[in-house]
Design a protein around this ligand. Structure first.
Ligand SMILES: [Zn+2]
Length: 111
């Protein structure tokens, strides 16, 4: 009993060379916040806030002198929007905001 093996039967390979547009940064696809946000340079503590912007950090546990990019702590500058609220954690010694609705993890719980 022989199994007839049809070796590589040329299929109707319609090589469709679809010209895929290169993914490119389209500012119009970004949310307003993303477009306006500028991350604080990693491993630094900002010393001043650009005019017209506010300083915002994420909810990662941090101390008043935490540098950004440490343990996922991030901060950025953005326009004042409705989804942020003033934060009084004392970080950086600058008036700043945090994202509403996300509680800041307490630094004291991390040892
Ligand atoms: Zn804060």
């Amino acid at each position: 009993m022989t199994i007839k093996q049809t070796a590589s039967k040329p299929k109707a390979t319609t090589k469709m060379k679809v010209a895929r547009p290169k993914p490119r940064l389209n500012l119009w696809d970004m949310t307003h916040d993303q477009a306006m946000a500028a991350y604080v340079k990693g491993f630094t503590v900002p010393k001043e806030i650009p005019k017209g912007k506010v300083l915002v950090h994420n909810q990662v546990a941090h101390t008043t002198r935490s540098r950004t990019a440490v343990n996922g702590f991030r901060a950025w500058f953005q326009d004042r929007t409705e989804d942020i609220e003033p934060c009084k954690c004392g970080w950086a010694g600058l008036p700043h905001y945090r994202v509403k609705g996300i509680p800041i993890a307490s630094p004291s719980t991390r040892k």
